[in-house]
Design a protein around this ligand. Structure first.
Ligand SMILES: CC(=O)SCCNC(=O)CCNC(=O)[C@H](O)C(C)(C)COP(=O)(O)OP(=O)(O)OC[C@H]1O[C@@H](n2cnc3c(N)ncnc32)[C@H](O)[C@@H]1OP(=O)(O)O
Ligand SMILES: CC(=O)C(=O)O
Length: 532
C-alpha cells in the first residue's frame, strides 16, 4: 500500500530562538541547520531576515542542503502599504531562501486589536504577500496565526484567511495554535472542518505547548488530514515551547497508526541518530538535557524497580514500548532501594564483575545496598561507588593503601596587600605497603585541599592516578535540622575522558567528601588493574 507523504518543518532556529534564554549565533544556526538537513527534515526555517543582523546574514547565502528547503519567515505586508512598498516584505523576498513562510493573522479579534485594521485589509495583505512571493519564484506557506482561537470566535473569517492564502498560491496553509490553549479534540474537529475546503495535503499544524499538548495536538491534526507538522528540536519555542520533533518523529515512524499510512523524510537509520541530535542542541545551548524526555532522555529506557528489572531481563518488551536502539538511546537497569537481585545482577553484568547466581553474597549485596540507601546513599547516581560496594561485598577489592589520618584547616586572614583571603590546608598520612607517606596541600576550599593532598603521593600507585581529575562536586543536605546528613557526589574523569561518579554520606561534609574522593581514587586503581 502506498503511503501518503507527511512533511516535517523545523522552526528551532526561529520559534526556538524565541525561547527565553536561547540565543543562537550565526555559527550555531549554520551547524543546527546542517544537522536538521542530515536528519531528514523537509523544511528548515532559518529565522526572520531583516529582523536582526544574524538572521539577515544567515540568509545572505543558501546553505548546502541535501534534502531540506531553506525557509525564511516574516510577516505579510503591513496594513495600508502596498506589497512593492513594504521594506519588511522586500527584505524577505531578497533572502536567499527556497521557501517563504508568512505569518498572517487569522483571528478577527487579533486583526482589530493587534493590527488595528479591517478584516478586508488583512485578507488583501495575505493575498498580496503570497502573490509577491510566488512571483519571486519562492515556494510559499502561510502560518495562520491564532487560527484555532480565531475559528472559535468567527469561523467564517478564520477560514477566509486560510482560503485567501491557498487561493493566492500558497503551497501550505499552516493552522497555528499560537497561544497553545487548544485541546486535541478541538484541533481534530477544526482541522477536519478546514480540510473540507483546503485539501489536507496543503494543510499544516503549528502547535504551542502551553497545556503540554503540542505533540498531541499535532498528531490530532494529522489524524484529521493535515500533512505538514511544524515543530522544534527538544520542544524549544516561545513560552512553554513548540511541538517537540524529538517526540513526534519517533512516534510517526514507530507507531503503526502513523507509520502504516504516512511516510516522513527521516529514515530508520537517521532515527537512530535522534538522541545524538537532541544532545548536540543542548550542548550548543549549554543546557542540561531533560533526563525524562520521551525517547531521547537518559531515563527514557531506565528500569529502577526489582519487579520491572526482573521482567526486562527476561524480555525488554515487558516494560518498553519501543526499542531504545531505534532512537539511539540505551536500556539501563538501576540499582537503588527499589532494586532486587535482578537489578544487581544486571549492573554486575554491565560493569563486568563476575559472580555466581547461587552465591549467598549476592543477597548480602542487595541487603547492604538497601541499608546504605536508607542511610542516605543514592547508588543509581554513583556507578563507581556501587562498583566498589559490589566488589567489596563479593570480596574482590584489595587494600591498595590505608589513610591513617587527615587534617583540614581553613583559615581567614589578611594577605600582604591587606586583602582578606580564605585559605584551606590539608595534610593526609597514608600507608602504602608499609611505607608511610605524608602530603600537604593548599586549596581554594577544604575539599579541594584534601583532594590535592590525597592524590599528591600514593607511592607506587601514583602513576595510575596521574590523569585523574575532579570535574563536578555536588552536595545535598538530607533530613534537615540537627539530624541532617550530607550527601556528596563527585564526578571524576581520567586521561582517556572516561568519567565516573562516587558518593559519600556522613553528618560531616568533609567526611562525606573524603569517602567520595577515596572511592574515586580506589575505583581508578581497580579500573587500571593496578597490582597489589
Ligand atoms: C506568533 C509568532 O511567533 S510571530 C513571530 C514573532 N517574532 C518576532 O517578532 C521576531 C522578529 N521581530 C522583530 O524583530 C520586529 O518585531 C520586526 C523587525 C519584525 C518589526 O519591528 P517593528 O517595526 O519595530 O514593529 P514591532 O515589533 O514594534 O511591532 C510589530 C508590528 O507588526 C505588525 N504586524 C504584526 N503581525 C503582522 C502581520 N502578520 N502582518 C502585518 N503586520 C503585522 C503589528 O501590528 C505591529 O505594527 P505597528 O508597529 O504598526 O503597531
Ligand atoms: C507562527 C507562530 O509562531 C505562531 O503562530 O505561534
Amino acid at each position: 500500500m502506498s503511503r501518503e507523504r507527511l512533511y516535517l518543518f523545523d522552526t528551532t532556529l526561529r520559534d526556538g530562538a524565541q525561547t527565553n534564554g536561547v540565543d543562537f549565533t550565526l555559527h550555531d544556526k549554520q551547524i543546527i541547520a546542517q544537522m536538521l538537513d542530515e536528519l531528514g527534515i523537509d523544511y528548515v526555517e532559518g529565522g526572520y531576515p531583516g529582523a536582526n543582523p544574524t538572521d539577515t546574514e544567515f540568509f545572505a547565502a543558501k546553505p548546502k542542503f541535501e534534502h531540506a528547503k531553506f525557509t525564511a519567515f516574516g510577516m505579510t505586508r503591513r496594513p495600508g502599504r502596498s506589497a512593492s512598498n513594504d521594506p519588511g516584505l522586500a527584505g524577505l523576498l531578497e533572502a536567499k531562501a527556497d521557501a517563504i513562510c508568512f505569518v498572517a493573522k487569522s483571528s478577527a479579534y487579533q486583526v482589530r486589536v493587534a493590527l488595528e485594521t479591517t478584516n478586508e485589509e488583512n485578507l488583501a495583505s495575505i493575498r498580496d504577500s503570497v502573490s509577491a512571493a510566488k512571483a519571486a519564484g519562492r515556494e510559499v506557506m502561510v502560518d495562520c496565526e491564532h487560527f484555532f482561537d480565531g475559528y472559535k470566535e468567527d469561523a467564517d473569517f478564520a477560514l477566509a484567511c486560510a482560503k485567501a492564502a491557498y487561493e493566492s498560491g500558497a503551497r501550505w496553509v499552516v493552522l497555528c495554535d499560537t497561544n497553545g490553549g487548544t485541546m486535541p479534540h478541538e484541533v481534530e474537529t477544526i482541522v477536519g472542518a478546514v480540510t473540507k475546503h483546503i485539501p489536507g495535503s496543503h494543510v499544516g499544524i503549528h502547535a504551542h505547548n502551553d497545556t503540554e499538548q503540542a505533540v498531541a495536538n499535532s498528531l490530532a491534526a494529522v489524524r484529521a488530514g493535515a500533512r505538514q507538522i511544524q515543530g522544534t528540536l527538544n520542544g524549544l519555542g516561545e513560552r512553554c515551547g513548540n511541538a517537540n520533533l524529538c517526540s513526534l518523529i519517533p512516534t510517526l515512524r514507530l507507531k503503526n497508526e502513523f507509520s502504516d499510512a504516512l511516510e516522513i523524510g527521516v529514515t530508520d537509520e537517521k532515527l537512530a541518530t535522534l538522541m545524538k541530535v537532541s544532545r548536540a542542541l543542548d550542548d550548543m545551548l549549554n543546557r542540561a538535557p531533560n533526563r525524562h524526555a520521551p525517547y531521547v532522555g537518559e531515563s527514557a529506557f531506565v528500569t529502577k524497580t526489582g519487579i520491572h528489572a526482573s521482567a526486562v531481563l527476561k524480555d525488554p518488551q515487558t516494560y518498553e514500548h519501543v526499542s531504545p536502539d531505534s532512537v539511539g538511546n540505551h536500556r539501563k537497569v538501576l540499582v537503588s532501594d527499589q532494586a532486587g537481585r535482578s537489578n544487581v545482577m544486571a549492573e554486575l553484568d554491565r560493569a563486568g564483575i563476575p559472580y555466581e547466581k547461587s552465591d549467598p553474597k549476592l543477597a548480602r549485596l542487595v541487603e547492604e545496598l538497601k541499608e546504605r540507601e536508607a542511610a542516605g546513599f543514592a547508588y543509581e547516581s554513583a556507578d563507581a561507588s556501587f562498583d566498589l560496594l559490589a566488589r567489596r561485598t563479593l570480596g574482590r577489592v584489595p587494600e591498595y593503601f590505608k589513610v591513617e589520618q587527615f587534617d583540614v584547616n581553613v583559615e581567614q586572614r589578611y594577605n600582604a596587600n591587606g586583602q582578606r583571603v580564605t585559605v584551606a590546608l590539608a595534610v593526609v598520612k597514608v600507608d602504602v605497603a608499609g611505607e608511610r607517606l605524608i602530603s600537604a596541600a593548599e586549596g581554594n576550599g577544604p575539599v579541594n585541599a584534601l583532594d590535592v593532598a590525597l592524590r599528591k603521593d600514593l607511592g607506587k600507585y601514583q602513576k595510575y592516578i596521574e590523569g585523574l581529575k575532579l570535574i563536578d562536586y555536588r552536595v545535598r543536605i538530607l533530613n534537615g535540622g540537627t539530624e541532617a546528613v550530607t550527601r556528596v557526589l563527585i564526578e571524576s574523569e581520567d586521561e582517556n575522558g572516561e568519567s565516573w561518579t562516587t558518593i559519600g554520606v556522613s553528618p560531616n561534609i568533609i567526611d562525606a567528601s573524603f569517602q567520595a574522593l577515596m572511592d574515586s581514587v580506589v575505583y581508578k586503581l581497580v579500573k587500571s588493574g593496578a597490582p597489589v
